[in-house]
Write a protein that binds this ligand. Structure first.
Ligand code: CAA
Length: 282
């Protein structure tokens, strides 16, 4: 299927990154959020990223302007009737995603594929809220989106082969490498990553090591680009907790219980980089 118009729901750290890579690949992008100030903040982040590439000599100023010129913003979800493919990258809350998919299903043209960047909510459960479950799929980008090469493409039970192939090809058009996953809690990426992060939080909780030492062990001992606690701050501690809860609910296995300290940080509003405080201060 030929994709011309591409929609992104949410202009936060994942949404604006997705909009940037889509526009860089040559697509016309419509990025939506609930308030214009959120859209403006997303556009400012994209502009900052592209300016950095220009100053490093990796991007021509004219190309930066062309990329920015391909992105428009809206606070009206109904405007998504113009696009052929949507990625929803709103907050990781099931009720919110259900509502967005019900609305998108009403607004979008019948051929439009509705994908979600959810990190762990079952694709089948989201698909069931629409009248086009065969056209619902997971398209899971990694943070920071412009840098990370992976897109996890998740097939729900009703996802059609055509929807899967279109999403796979689109990931490649974005310069990413797709990996296929089936619809189980946490899919592949977070099924493996989050228990590691949660275990690192348990190491803080039980005073096995200090934050810096835990991260040093994983960085220098395992060659990870950043330690698990710094990574948790980058992802957002609220998102980490939400994913652990999805794993715990989905498998009913105590090995996925969220560390009480993670919950305490989230309750205190210490969500990582986005609030200026998490395991580190920013
Ligand atoms: N946005 C855009 N570009 C960014 C960026 C951001 N937020 N952060 C860094 N970059 C760019 C830099 O500009 C730089 O670009 P050039 O190569 O063109 O110069 C490049 O990335 C490398 O950056 P730095 O030199 O500043 O720093 P670094 O080498 O330490 O890399 C990092 C930073 C890419 C974040 C690296 O530490 C890393 O890979 N960390 C692990 C990230 C990770 O695991 N992400 C997955 C999280 S899980 C997830 O997202 C899924 C989920 O559902 C929770």
């Amino acid at each position: 299927m030929e994709i011309e118009g591409f929609g992104v729901i949410g202009s936060g750290q994942m949404g604006n990154g997705i909009a940037q890579v889509a526009a860089t690949s040559g697509l016309k992008v419509l990025m939506s959020d609930i308030k214009q100030e959120f859209c403006d903040k997303g556009m400012a982040t994209i502009t900052k990223n592209l300016d950095r590439s220009v100053s490093k000599g990796k991007l021509e100023p004219a190309e930066r302007d062309a990329i920015l010129g391909r992105i428009t913003t809206t606070t009206d979800l109904g405007a998504m009737e113009a696009v052929d493919f949507v990625v929803e990258a709103a907050v990781e809350r099931e009720d919110l995603k259900f509502k967005i998919f019900e609305d998108l299903d009403r607004f979008c043209k019948p051929h439009t594929i509705l994908s979600t960047n959810t990190s762990s909510i079952p694709i089948g459960r989201i698909a069931a809220r629409t009248k086009r479950p065969d056209k619902v799929i997971g398209m899971h980008f990694m943070n920071p989106v412009p840098v990370m090469k992976l897109v996890e493409v998740i097939k729900g039970l009703p996802t059609s082969e055509e929807t899967f192939q279109t999403t796979w090809s689109l990931s490649q058009k974005f310069g990413k490498t797709p990996a296929e996953a089936n619809d189980f809690p946490g899919f592949i990426a977070n099924r493996i990553l989050m228990p590691m992060i949660n275990e690192a939080v348990f190491c803080v909780y039980q005073s096995v090591g200090k934050v810096e030492d835990i991260d040093t062990v994983m960085k220098l001992g395992m060659n990870h680009p950043m330690g698990p606690l710094a990574l948790a701050d980058l992802i957002g501690l609220d998102t980490c907790l939400a994913i652990m809860e999805t794993l715990y609910d989905g498998f009913k296995d105590s090995k996925y219980r969220p560390c009480p300290l993670l919950r305490k940080y989230v309750e205190a509003g210490w969500l990582g980089r986005k609030t200026g405080k998490g395991f580190y201060d920013y």
